[in-house]
Design a binder for this molecule. Structure first.
Ligand code: ECH
Length: 322
């Protein structure tokens, strides 16, 4: 029997709990564009009272530098219009160039705009702005989430902004050369995960913790796939490695426990839960994560889905499927 991505996506689906993140983003999407920008401003500054992102390094800001310099020269009205166009997915040359940035460059771009807004160089949220009921409602929804979920909402709204002429379905076509995130402390490399002994899976975690994406990709079948949270699977070694080089750097991966089940054709399915830290927030935020792996009979990774858990209780939700 050959493995299919479609059936792989369904492994352990009976143990999954619906995440509040897509529901929160759907609420956000219903706001008008000025409310969207105001909501993000309040959510971000509110978050900043307990946790703050690390300032992006010069190398990453350089990728957005041209755009940022252009913005600094603009009138306040034009700056506001530009932010509206980005948040409203309007087709403009700037929205297109924004959409071509990698996730981390998009985040760095907004980080810098936020700093420029605080300094008064970029148009702030209008003084005296009154939150609409819609903004209050979405802000309350965000406040109910845990910090890992809050930063995911912020990240996903930023990722969706701009205008992408054609959507690439299974590949990965963003910036090939991304600056690395400096690691402030070495990530854990030798791991023990309760209940898990499969070498490919343990080596996968160790390779990511060492930013060794060549080693990680060697553990996959040529037609293997990675399905990041709330995304379609990224299929094939070339796409996966491009994706990982851009988006999986500097992560601290801390899997804690898992279950492994052998299937009749010799393949294996595994579900592992644990924490992940992003280099943007470091030890300040531990995201609750599950990995659902499907290994082929030779022990290579055919599929891994990364899921954001709905709650910390879910870390212990490791019921066998049979
Ligand atoms: C201001 C107002 C106007 C509008 C905007 C503003 C600025 C907002 C800013 C927001 C910054 C947000 C940030 C969020 C960062 C979030 C990072 C996350 C990372 C999650 C990573 C995971 C990785 C999982 C993976 C694993 C694997 O095994 C394989 C690979 C991979 C205020 C100006 C917009 C500045 C910095 C959530 C879960 C574990 C899938 C990668």
């Amino acid at each position: 029997m050959s493995l299919s991505i479609e059936s792989a996506q369904k492994i352990f689906s009976g143990t999954q709990v619906p995440s509040p993140i897509p529901a929160t983003i759907a609420l956000f999407d219903q706001l008008n564009v000025d409310d969207k920008l105001a909501l993000l401003w309040f959510a971000y500054t509110e978050l900043g009272r307990s946790i703050t992102p690390a300032a992006p390094g010069a190398a990453r800001l350089q990728l957005a530098e041209g755009l940022l310099n252009q913005i600094k020269q603009m009138s306040n009205d034009d700056q506001t219009q530009l932010m509206r166009d980005l948040a409203g997915y309007v087709d403009t040359p700037i929205s297109r160039s924004y959409a071509s940035f990698s996730v981390n460059t998009k985040l760095a771009f907004w980080f810098e705009l936020g700093e420029l807004m605080k300094k008064g160089i970029v148009a702030p949220i209008p003084p005296g702005y009154q939150m609409s009921d819609g903004v209050k409602f979405v802000l309350e929804a965000i406040q109910k989430l845990d910090p890992g979920q809050q930063i995911t909402v912020l990240r996903n709204t930023v990722v969706n902004m701009g205008f992408e002429p054609e959507v690439n379905s299974s590949g990965y076509s963003k910036a090939a050369k991304e600056p690395m995130f400096p690691r402030t402390q070495p990530a854990p490399t030798k791991l023990t995960v309760e209940g898990i002994t499969e070498p490919a899976v343990l080596s996968y975690f160790e390779a990511l913790n060492a930013d060794n994406f060549d080693a990680a990709i060697a553990l996959f079948t040529p037609d293997g796939a990675v399905q990041p949270p709330f995304q379609k699977p990224i299929i094939g070694r070339e796409s996966i490695i491009a994706y990982m080089r851009a988006e999986a750097q500097g992560l601290n991966i801390m899997p804690e426990q898992g279950i492994s089940e052998a299937l009749p054709d010799g393949s294996k399915q595994l579900k592992i839960t644990g924490k992940v830290q992003t280099p943007w927030f470091g030890v300040q935020v531990g995201m609750n994560i599950a990995w659902r792996f499907l290994l082929n009979p030779e022990g290579k990774i055919f599929f891994v889905a990364i899921d954001m858990l709905a709650s910390p209780q879910e870390l212990l939700n490791l019921r066998p499927t049979k």
